[in-house]
Design a protein around this ligand. Structure first.
Ligand code: GLA
Length: 404
């Protein structure tokens, strides 16, 4: 059957995210504190009646993709970008959303890929929003078209529900991720960090004080979620579960454990005796990082960003030494940024490559970027970094659908 595109063209826009603090805590049920950033994945699409998804991309390595929405939606080969779109479709249909109509269009964007900035979750969320729009399912607060006469009345989902469904759906691609990326993408608020809680999922925006910037710097090492980093990530998720089972004296979750133990040192001493050295280090990272997130939220609310910066430095050391997900390049970026005057710096995202983020007062943004350009990028590139490699990120609004 020949597809019959409707006249309307829509844009589903979904931002990437930078996690400020709270790394590898989400899948352990502890809060995180990311921002949605002013870089996004965009799907410009029309609605088609033949139940197909056809998307292309100007990026040559992303070959045009096509699949049918009829269940079951099979995975393509591992590493194939269509899996992120398939994951969105499969997640929606498993959630009971009937997907009769398809989409046809083009994916563009400026979230650096495989850099720990959640380009993949942005693609999953943008795909879901496009499919929901095509099938007349409203998402509370997401479509700028609510109230638009052409917006069909009908069933709907809340943003939180969609974030939870997409977090589950993305696991279809292989990484046993928490739920931070999809929630940050859907709940971004300009000028705000987002405290995200899990089980149940909840999002609380926290205003970032005026005059502070987040400089993002790529380590130039790709962190492919669908490839090598996936296994190392999934191993750590398993180790955390084992450490909890063996070292927590019966507490069923990390949150219960922390709630029941005011004395962090006592808890760690007990765990050190109960766990192997590796499991103890994983356990110590999770427990102390959970504590740092709570302190960081207090610091940001108090406007004490120097303190926030110190907590970022503590987070990085813990990720490097206890969680063992940093790299020499990420450590070097953190060191250069701190020497150049950043209030704090740490790796962001899963690690194993990807990016670091540095917290800079207004007057330290330029010196930090100059130092990174001269000492990290120039020796490696023989010239300055591109705007994908280093940029100042703005806390930005969440995913949405525009056009029509
Ligand atoms: C990846 C996952 C997230 C989170 C981070 C580490 O980005 O998708 O859910 O676990 O790693 O904090």
């Amino acid at each position: 059957m020949t597809p019959r595109p409707t006249e309307d063209r829509w844009r589903a826009i979904a931002p990437g995210r930078v996690n400020l603090i709270g790394e590898h805590t989400d899948y352990n049920g502890l809060p995180v504190l990311p921002i949605a950033i002013d870089r996004d994945v965009r799907i410009e699409f029309t609605v088609v009646d033949d139940g197909a998804v056809r998307l292309d991309s100007p990026v040559p390595r992303f070959a045009p993709l096509e699949f049918q929405l009829k269940r079951p939606i099979e995975a393509a080969d591992q590493g194939d970008w269509s899996n992120y779109v398939r994951a969105a479709a499969r997640g929606l249909s498993e959630h009971g959303v009937e997907l009769r109509r398809g989409i046809e269009g083009t994916v563009t964007g400026d979230v650096p890929i495989a850099s720990g900035l959640s380009s993949s979750s942005a693609l999953v969320v943008a795909s879901a929003l496009a499919l929901l729009k095509a099938n007349g399912v409203a998402v509370a607060g997401v479509s700028e078209l609510e109230g638009h006469p052409a917006a069909p009345a009908g069933p709907g989902l809340s943003r939180l529900e969609l974030a939870a469904v997409m977090a589950r759906a993305e696991r279809f691609v292989g990484l046993q991720g928490g739920g931070m990326d999809q929630a940050a993408c859907l709940h971004g608020v300009a000028g705000h960090a987002l405290r995200i809680d899990f089980d149940p999922l909840g999002v609380t925006p926290v205003a970032v004080p005026e005059g502070w910037r987040w400089v993002v710097a790529s380590s130039l090492v790709r962190a492919e979620k669908a490839a090598g980093a996936r296994d190392a990530y999934n191993v750590r998720a398993r180790q955390c579960r084992e450490a909890l089972a063996l070292g927590a004296g019966g507490a069923p979750t990390y949150r219960d454990l922390i709630a029941a133990n005011d004395d962090l040192d006592g808890l760690l001493q007990h765990a050190r005796r109960a766990l192997t050295p590796v499991l103890f280090r994983r356990f110590r990272h999770v427990v102390t990082e959970g504590h740092r997130v709570a302190l960081a939220e207090d610091a940001i609310r108090d406007g004490d960003m120097e303190r926030f910066g110190d907590l970022m430095v503590g987070s990085h050391s813990s990720l490097r030494d206890d969680y063992e997900v940093s790299t020499a390049e990420l450590d070097e970026i953190v060191a250069i940024a701190l020497e150049a005057g950043a209030a704090g710096a740490r790796l962001t995202g899963a690690g194993f490559g990807g990016c670091a983020v540095a917290l800079c007062g207004r007057s330290t943004v330029a010196p930090v970027m100059e130092a990174l350009a001269a000492r990290f990028y120039a020796p490696r590139l023989g010239g300055p970094p591109t705007r994908d490699m280093m940029f100042a990120a703005q806390p930005s609004g969440g995913a949405r659908v525009e056009g029509g």
